[in-house]
Design a protein around this ligand. Structure first.
Ligand SMILES: Cc1cc2nc3c(=O)[nH]c(=O)nc-3n(C[C@H](O)[C@H](O)[C@H](O)COP(=O)(O)OP(=O)(O)OC[C@H]3O[C@@H](n4cnc5c(N)ncnc54)[C@H](O)[C@@H]3O)c2cc1C
Length: 322
């Protein structure tokens, strides 16, 4: 019999953490051990979280962060799981999701700004903005993210980036301290926001481009949705697997190397879009990692390009596996 995965062993620090959390969290906050993460991601692979929580209030989120940080235990934020690969052995940490309704607020304010909670799905943000006749968020249509994940990744599409519409981000440090940061104070780049790599976004004040009529906003959203439907696969995926290298697109390079349809187990390079690895139904994380390694080797040999993953390896560093 093979050794049980490390995650099953119960370190005393984890037992202490669970006892402290059970004593301090409100009953509305979900707290579990061994929660399966694969079903909470769009790629649908991967094992359990050592500890998993869905805080119902900011105070409970602060407790989760402060108690973990005091014991030196690692915390990982989970958004919609649309840019994550969860390892088959799971995540040895506290995984926190802002899935509770309390984090899904969309509040237009008198000063023209909109407050968007970090747990709000971009699809709902687009729909609510259209209903309110607010223009400027249409590019987010079809990015299957939460606001928190979109801020962390500076997600973008159709020529727009998340931080184009951000004015101010409210966040908690990993020790549970509250901060408010203006966009100008933050270090934001292609698929990256440095401050949120070590903090939890609670939500953001967004600035619409203009007030207009609902029909015009909806029309633009429909145009973008149609474009996406034509160019992206329908099977489970984590979106673009690699960042675009300077001056070209990763999908084009992979396609030119003849790698569309390349397969390891249940993981396949999509014949529709070469920068998507899709789960044909029975893929494991190990299959996907092997395919990522193969693509990198073949592209490097043929074109001299080092492809860098855009997708996050949840709870681990890509450098450990590439
Ligand atoms: C079909 C498909 C299409 C896609 N199209 C696009 C696209 O057009 N453009 C694009 O940019 N991306 C695209 N993606 C990728 C993905 O949707 C984005 O990267 C998105 O921003 C991830 O958001 P999420 O809520 O799913 O975050 P997750 O995938 O859950 O997490 C991503 C990162 O954000 C962190 N995080 C999550 N919530 C918080 C928080 N509250 N505070 C701090 N950190 C947090 C996580 O720890 C992780 O590091 C696509 C993915 C799929 C599956």
């Amino acid at each position: 019999m093979s050794a049980p995965p490390a995650i099953v062993e119960r370190g005393s620090a984890w037992d202490e953490l669970l006892a402290a959390l059970r004593a301090r969290l409100s009953s509305a906050t979900k707290l579990t051990e061994g929660e399966l993460l694969g079903p909470k991601t769009t790629m649908r692979v991967g094992g359990p979280a050592r500890v998993y929580a869905e805080p119902a209030t900011e105070a409970d989120l602060q407790v989760l962060l402060a108690e973990s940080s005091a014991r030196g235990l690692r915390v990982f934020m989970l958004g919609r799981g649309s840019n994550l690969l969860v390892p088959d052995e799971g995540v040895d940490g506290l995984v926190v999701s802002l899935a509770h309704a309390a984090w899904q607020t969309f509040e237009p304010r008198a000063d023209g700004r909109v407050w968007a909670g970090a747990g709000l799905r971009l699809k709902n943000l687009c729909g609510l903005a259209a209903k309110a006749g607010l223009e400027g968020f249409e590019f987010m249509e079809g990015i299957p993210a939460t606001v928190g994940g979109a801020l962390r990744m500076n997600a973008g599409a159709m020529g727009g980036w998340t931080f184009d519409v951000v004015e101010e981000v409210h966040l908690l440090t990993l020790a549970g301290e509250k901060r408010v940061m203006r966009k100008a104070e933050m270090h934001v780049d292609y698929r990256h926001c440095a401050e949120l790599a070590t903090a939890v976004a609670l939500g953001a004040f967004l600035r619409p481009k203009a007030h207009t009529d609902t029909a015009a906003v909806k029309l633009q959203i429909e145009e973008y949705a149609a474009k996406r439907q034509k160019s992206q696969p329908r099977e489970p995926s984590a979106g673009c697997i690699f960042k675009n290298p300077p001056g070209t697109s990763a999908g084009r390079v992979i396609d030119e190397c003849g790698l569309k349809g390349e397969r390891v187990g249940g993981a396949e390079v999509s014949p529709v879009h070469a920068n998507f690895i899709v789960n044909r139904g029975d893929a494991t994380c190990a299959d996907i990692l092997e395919l990522v390694r193969r693509l990198r080797v073949r592209v490097k040999a043929a074109r001299g390009i080092d492809l860098e993953p855009e997708v996050m390896l949840f709870g681990r560093d890509w450098r450990e596996v590439l």
